[in-house]
Design a protein around this ligand. Sequence first.
Ligand code: GLN
Length: 542
Amino acid sequence: MTRFVFITGGVVSSLGKGIAAASLGALLQARGYKVRIRKLDPYLNVDPGTMSPYQHGEVFVTDDGAEADLDLGHYERFTGVHATRGDSFTSGRIYADVIAKERRGDYLGGTVQVIPHITDAIKEAAKADTDGLDFVLVEVGGTVGDIESLPFLEALRQLHNELGPQRSLFMHLTLVPYIPSAGELKTKPTQHSVKELLGLGIQPQILLCRCDRPIPENERRKIALFCNVRPESVIPALDASSIYAVPLQYHAEGLDREVLRHFGLSIYGEPDLSNWQRIVHRLDNPEGEVKIAVVGKYITLLDAYKSLAEALAHGGIQHGVKVKLDWVDSQIFETPNAVERLSGVHGILVPGGFGERGAEGKIEAVRFARERKIPFLGICFGMQMAVIEAARNLVGLDKASSTEFGPSEEPVVGLLTEWLRGNEREKRHAEGDLGGTMRLGAYPAALTEGSLVRQVYGQAQIEERHRHRYEVNIGYRERLEAAGLRFSGLSPDGLLPEIVEYPDHPWFIGVQYHPELKSKPFQPHPLFAGFVGAAVKQARLV
Ligand code: GLN
């Protein structure tokens, strides 16, 4: 029997609903249950693919090529279950599907309405492909009280009625603020937020209360009394030393036990949390520190590089070191000698990016890493900049550029409009829509015998997730290789450069895909483990 846990949030945004959902998923999994987590987002974009990272943080990409909310990244990292297209839905996508059906004539004669058509589509999305699962956790984006989330909450209210309490429950995440002048914790915002839910016909069974200090028994009882829940189901959710400590903390406060109790499942026995204890211990007790400069564009909003920061932390877990990140806006390197700022770092990473702004600064950072033999990892745009740097400074093609920045005499990186996915040929038009038209999702690559990357992965064939429109132009391969840049990974048909490296550099790898999307705390991605390992060596030299 599949049970559903609907997760809503109240009072304010950014309380960590995604981490809460992921943590509950991890706890249920540690008790031997099969779980899947999905996200419903109330905005009208069909997916977050066209949104600026400043608006919505990183765009997470699934194996099957969906551009999704970054919370899916947390779900994957915490549970190891790979998300699919069906795990991330926006209002825009629900509406687009319903409107497409209306145009086709599927509702011929009927008036198409939010209730029941949109709500039915939401319920279908929540229930789709859940056979064989013990638990489906459905997180609703936004904050209760927003106009946008009403259809989602209405749909889940209906679904809860249809499934019955034996098969579904509502968990609500709220804030219990401390008011210094009163010297007290305040429960009123939680009461109001639950009232708001009650007004929509939803009685949450579990309250997860974010708070910066322990919630005294008295306050817990008060919340329970006013909000109609058992005192044991008022779970304090205090700030944690790291996101990976959250499952342990929630377990200590009884979250998984309360969920099981609600469903009438056995609450005896303890989940196996040894993996979590191990990584939290490693994070809390590092032996040394390495400093990695991340030279990018969206550095003022760290959510824009969420998976990247996590993957680097995973590399640190692997080597038992703290990875200290120095976020640098690449544009500062566009003034002479500014790049010297990178001299003390143990590794330089140029992440994914879009557009010309800051590109020259990234190229400077690549050059610095190459010439000074500092470990380097270039991801997607970062790899493209590494190739342009080589073309300009090693091959001597001064005009080397990417057609992303406009027409170029030396299009070392250019738009590709056709490629193979398995046996299928995928096509794009240069003037086509921007949404969902990149090379997206998992593609295989073959790694060259004897290369660093082959040694790093320990295998000859890999599959990694992509999200880009432009490709390194294979036509420049010979000249670049003659100058020392080795093409050490290619698409199986040999046409798309996937990985480049310098054999005469201690650790320099550029990859066209996004390895950070697949890194897990328990299974750090080989490239991040390798890169941080190289930084550890570099730190000993410096
Ligand atoms: N802007 C580049 C492209 O579209 C790189 C994209 C990325 O880094 N994700 O190809």
